[in-house]
Design a binder for this molecule. Structure first.
Ligand code: ZN
Length: 435
């Protein structure tokens, strides 16, 4: 009795974790467009201390007071901060200041070619700097985390976009999995965006269902990017990730390659990315493996030439690798079906979908990890799941057993540079953890 209660509790918490994860994936995808990775001006070596701030919500913003620009501005000028309210237009905001109509429209006409003022969002911050004669001398519109638009009104109206100086801090954490990589990460205050990146990173080498067991240890360093005088921040890259599973330690280091890509390598300088994902879906459970089985609908013994991942209807399905969509449409018992051609040798297929992502059609290029469709139960299917096939030289192969070609291996000077780099990352990581 007590055992089954325990099982139910575990199942329930896994389910909750998965729900949380899904919500965050959706949130991440919708936020992603708005977050440009800011240029980093100070590197991780100068890291300040990080452990106390990891609880801060990411969008937290200090209310600037009238004094906060005191040091930067002449003492006679003051500032007024407006947070855009729902339905408020820029024109109606200008009504709060002593502009005549001509001036108002001159300001709007000057800003609009550089920033479309109809794109102002609720709670976007606009700062008005006012001189001692109560004239607005400058309007600063915060465009995003590290970009401001400044309208200087002192003589002719001058508009500039200003990139703000950023600096980064490295946060390091270590935790033991009792539930799932994701749920325990959240419990250890690791931001969901970082956890999603972590899962994507590990997904090349890990089968989450099979490999991750209770008491698996995870170690991670990631970057937080700040702007001077602002308390909100953006999350940067994972710098370091380690997971210790049975007989195996996976360890990844971030590295900027000679050709300018940020990528991840192990200590030997081998890229961790594989050409095709073994699991093109997050948090799902394998409900049927590749091999002989009794077909649940026909009842015949039949070779199951794919892997089934049970997941709720609507769960996003990712492209297993970079490639071109070869087929989209209903395909007999497969129901709604997508097939991607990755190169001359590899293809992947996705069946029983509920829907295709908008824009997915024959001939379209997709990148690994991009959403292509959503889990469903169309065709000959007994319940919501993704049927995933990897096709190698026109033969369906077992995705979980496939030895996939790996990516770049660093050599020569690049390898030497990487080695220097990873030792620094590791030293920082350990230093952060144990100080
Ligand atoms: Zn199947």
């Amino acid at each position: 009795m007590s055992l089954s209660f325990k099982n139910i509790t575990i199942l329930f918490s896994i389910f909750c974790g998965f729900l949380l994860f899904l919500i965050n994936v959706i949130e991440l995808n919708s936020n992603y467009k708005n977050i440009k990775t800011p240029y980093i001006t100070k590197s991780s070596q100068n890291n300040l201390i990080t452990k106390n701030i990891s609880n801060k919500p990411q969008t937290e913003t200090d209310d600037l007071t009238e004094n906060s620009f005191k040091n930067l501005k002449k003492p006679e000028s003051k500032e007024k901060i407006i947070l855009v309210k729902k339905g408020q237009t820029f024109l109606s905001i200008l009504d709060n200041f002593n502009f005549d109509n001509k001036k108002k429209f001159a300001i709007i006409n000057a800003i609009n070619p550089i920033y479309d003022l109809r794109e102002l969002k609720v709670n976007q911050k606009i700062i008005f700097l006012i001189d001692k004669n109560e004239n607005v001398e400058k309007i600063i519109i915060e465009l995003n985390f590290n970009t401001n638009l400044e309208a200087d009104l002192r003589s002719d109206i001058k508009i500039v976009k200003k990139e703000l100086e950023t600096f980064s801090e490295i946060n390091s954490q270590e935790y033991v999995i009792s539930n799932s990589l994701y749920a325990d990460g959240i419990n250890n205050n690791i931001p969901n965006q970082i956890l999603i990146k972590l899962i994507q990173l590990f997904s090349f080498d890990l089968d989450f269902q099979r490999d991750i067991q209770k008491d698996t240890k995870v170690s991670i360093s990631y970057e937080k990017i700040f702007v001077k005088n602002k308390s909100d921040y953006a999350l940067g890259d994972i710098e370091y990730a380690k997971i210790i599973i049975k007989n195996n330690t996976l360890e990844y280091f971030k590295f900027l390659t000679d050709d300018g890509f940020i990528d991840y390598f192990n200590r030997q300088g081998k890229n961790v990315k594989k050409s095709i994902l073994k699991t093109p879906i997050d948090g799902a459970r394998i409900s049927s493996s590749f091999g002989m089985r009794k077909h649940p609908i026909s009842g015949f013994n039949k070779m199951h030439k794919g892997v089934d991942f049970a997941a709720p209807i609507g769960t996003p399905v990712y492209a297993g690798g970079n490639g071109v969509i070869e087929m989209v449409g209903v395909n007999g018992g497969y129901g709604k079906y997508i097939r991607i051609r990755h190169n001359n040798e590899y293809k992947t297929a996705y069946a029983h979908l509920s829907a295709y992502r908008k824009g997915i059609s024959k001939g379209v290029r997709v990148n690994q990890g991009e959403v292509i469709g959503y889990v469903g139960s169309t065709g000959r299917s007994t319940g919501p799941h993704l049927h995933y096939e990897i096709i190698y030289q026109n033969k369906k192969v077992n995705p979980l057993k496939l030895k996939l070609p790996s990516g770049k291996i660093l050599t020569g000077d690049e390898l030497a540079r990487f080695e220097k780099n990873y030792k620094m990352i590791l030293a920082n990581h350990l230093n952060n953890l144990f100080e």
